[in-house]
Design a protein around this ligand. Structure first.
Ligand SMILES: Cc1ncc(COP(=O)(O)O)c(C=O)c1O
Length: 393
């Protein structure tokens, strides 16, 4: 079974596709026709790989977390995406897409952002490559991720608040899609996760796949084998998880674990755990699992972490869930906070709240002493300091 790539229409099993208004057809078709040829070309790869190495600071370390391993009596490695320039995995995709947009002749970039990490990464790539940048962000997220809003502004981006719905990530995507419809010839929409119409889920997964490529090489250097027993990552739309899983997804002996945001609890009415609460539906241009009412109205999600506060999940992950290839855990706000403080105290690393959801799986599942576990530490916690200080443990 090949789980890695979608079929020619962008389907992973029954999930995916491109459900878009007619006005977007030319743009999405242009992307569908050209993305693989461009991103696989020698010229593109030369520029992209050079920037990943010398600008982003890749490869990021694969760090053996001795103290955390001791506490859980197993062997835990952290893939340090938090050490990337701009503080998260998002830059891998943002840089790739902005380079692609330039080759497509676009002069204007739009993006949505939840935690602000994707917005900062896109604003950074636009500053570097001299393109206009507009970032849509929910009003609630603008408040809870203020440091990232300041960074985007300093980088020259215009941050436009989304005031509809729950005023979070879903609403920012809606506004960005609306903008794209109105400005389709000049503009590229840099989607920040493995969501959206085909080819975005595949495009973003390919740009993030550097994470598992490096894990393989680095684990071999550490222990003489490429494959861990488990890979764990948090899932909002699912881009860091797609990147961390990509080169392992067809390797049967590697178990994949995804951590979703349980919010106040799956049954509390305030949650973002899509695989527990979602049903088949269409959201933001693709068919996937969606938190929705019986008549198809999207249910407003909740998570303490802005980056996981999303009522859907990318089609790649919906398929892995359906096929039981990935085990999903729902991590509540308080459990994520506890794990963030634990990592800080044990290893001196302050994780992003999103990444803390992946760490919290250690409290939910029993691992053996000799298991090799890789956890994707998707970002750093600077942006979450206000929330952490309010919840000091
Ligand atoms: C640090 C960090 N991790 C994870 C996520 C969730 O996104 P994704 O599921 O696409 O990796 C975000 C989103 O903003 C983030 O900032």
């Amino acid at each position: 079974m090949n789980y890695k790539n979608p079929d020619k229409n962008g389907y992973y099993g029954e999930f995916g596709g491109a459900f878009i208004p007619e006005m977007l057809y030319p743009n999405v078709e242009e992307l569908q026709k050209n993305y693989l040829e461009i991103i696989e070309s020698e010229d593109f790869q030369r520029e992209y790989q050079d920037l990943l190495k010398n600008y982003v600071g890749r490869a990021t370390p694969l760090y053996f977390a001795k103290n955390l391993s001791k506490k859980y009596n197993t062997k835990i490695y952290l893939k340090r995406e938090d050490l990337n320039h701009t503080g998260a995995h998002k830059i891998n995709n943002a840089l790739g897409q902005v380079l692609l947009a330039k080759r497509l002749g676009k002069s204007r970039i739009i993006a949505e952002t939840g935690a602000g990490q994707h917005g900062v990464a896109t604003a950074t790539a636009c500053a570097l490559l001299n393109l206009e940048c507009i970032v849509y962000m929910g009003e609630i997220d603008i408040q809870r991720q203020a440091p990232n809003v300041a960074r985007m502004k300093m980088l020259g981006a215009e941050v436009i608040p989304s005031t509809s719905g729950s005023k979070t990530l879903k609403d920012a995507v809606n506004e960005a899609l609306r903008d794209w419809i109105n400005n389709s010839t000049t503009t590229h929409y840099v989607i920040g996760s493995v969501v959206g119409p085909h080819p975005f889920p595949d495009l973003v997964a390919r740009f993030q796949s550097i994470i598992s490529k490096e894990i393989k090489e680095q684990l071999y250097e550490h222990i003489g084998r490429e494959n861990p027993d488990f890979v764990i990552a948090c899932v909002g739309g699912g881009s860091n998880a797609a990147g961390a899983f990509y080169h392992f997804v067809n390797e049967k002996n590697v178990q994949l674990i995804a951590a979703e945001a349980g919010g106040f609890g799956v049954d509390s009415g305030k949650s973002a755990a899509t695989t527990f609460l979602g049903t088949l539906g269409v959201l933001h241009g693709s068919k996937s699992l969606v938190m929705q009412t019986k008549d198809g109205q999207v249910i407003e999600p909740h998570s303490i972490s802005a980056g996981l506060d999303y009522p859907g999940i990318g089609p790649f992950h919906a398929h892995l869930y359906k096929e039981k290839r990935t085990e999903f855990f729902s991590i509540n706000d308080d459990e994520a906070l506890k794990s963030a403080f634990e990592l800080t105290k044990l290893e001196g690393i302050i994780p992003a709240l999103e990444s803390a959801h992946a760490l919290a799986v250690l409290d939910k599942k029993k691992f053996n002493e000799n298991d090799i576990i890789v956890i994707c530490l998707s970002g750093r916690g600077d942006k979450d300091m206000e929330t952490y200080l309010k919840n000091l443990q």
